[in-house]
Write a new protein. Structure first.
Ligand SMILES: [Fe+2]
Length: 227
């Protein structure tokens, strides 16, 4: 992805979050110049990869397969003695027909929440013993209501609705066409992108970036070390 695209998507995301009065923490707006002044007091942001995260899964087709995320809070399985927090929260932008590809988590249980905008479509399967798509039916919980779910069933969340995705439940999601971009929340156990994402088709989690202009804001894996 080009840095100019990343800058534009972050600017657009801020407008969308503002459109539903979802307020980001102040570090969302820190510039590279601001980061140059930050010491060890900001280590929790660096160490737990809080902040902006945009990916096209290194496929080069962001509008078809991609996701914009802002991690608001997170724990850290590898440094529990410093960061014992057992939970995480994200806010994301999912565009119409923009796919977050089929994956599950071994550890993370996540509630995916439609915070506003369009409708969110999720396609769901249970994982089988070989980490493929099972044909078994299973149960889901939509805002506390237990429901039967057929293998491969599509669930649509309208603004305000949420679904609890248990570990080992494969999920893929995208914005319903014709309904606009969706502002999607995630409340979950600790997020560990390096070790807890099983993609059905192997994919890289982070994009390759072409530096064609200066970053407005660093991505969560780009922060400079403390001064
Ligand atoms: Fe997930």
């Amino acid at each position: 992805m080009k840095r100019s695209e990343i800058n534009a998507y972050i600017t657009e995301a801020i407008e969308l979050f503002n459109s539903i009065s979802f307020k980001l923490p102040l570090f969302a707006y820190w510039t590279p110049e601001d980061w140059a002044t930050k010491g060890v007091e900001a280590d929790e942001i660096r160490d737990n990869a809080l902040g902006w995260d945009i990916t096209d899964y290194a496929e080069g087709r962001y509008s078809e397969i991609g996701l914009l995320l802002f991690t608001i809070r997170n724990g850290n399985y590898h440094r529990r003695e410093i960061y014992p927090k057992g939970y995480a929260e994200k806010i994301m932008i999912v565009k119409e027909n923009q796919i977050c590809p089929m994956h599950y988590h071994w550890k993370k249980r996540e509630d995916i929440i439609n915070r506003g905008g369009g409708n969110l479509v999720l396609e769901l399967y249970e994982a089988d013993a070989e980490e493929g798509l099972s044909e078994n039916d299973f149960h889901i919980s939509v805002d506390g209501i237990k429901k039967d779910c057929r293998s491969g069933e599509t669930v649509i969340l309208v603004p305000g609705e949420s679904i609890c995705l248990e570990p080992f439940i494969y999920h893929k999601f995208y914005g319903e066409p014709g309904k606009g971009s969706v502002i999607v929340g995630e409340v979950s156990g600790v997020n560990d992108d390096e070790n807890d994402n099983r993609f059905l088709k192997p994919l890289k989690r982070f994009p390759k970036i072409i530096e064609d202009e200066e970053p407005l804001h660093y991505l969560c894996n780009e922060y400079p070390s403390a001064k």
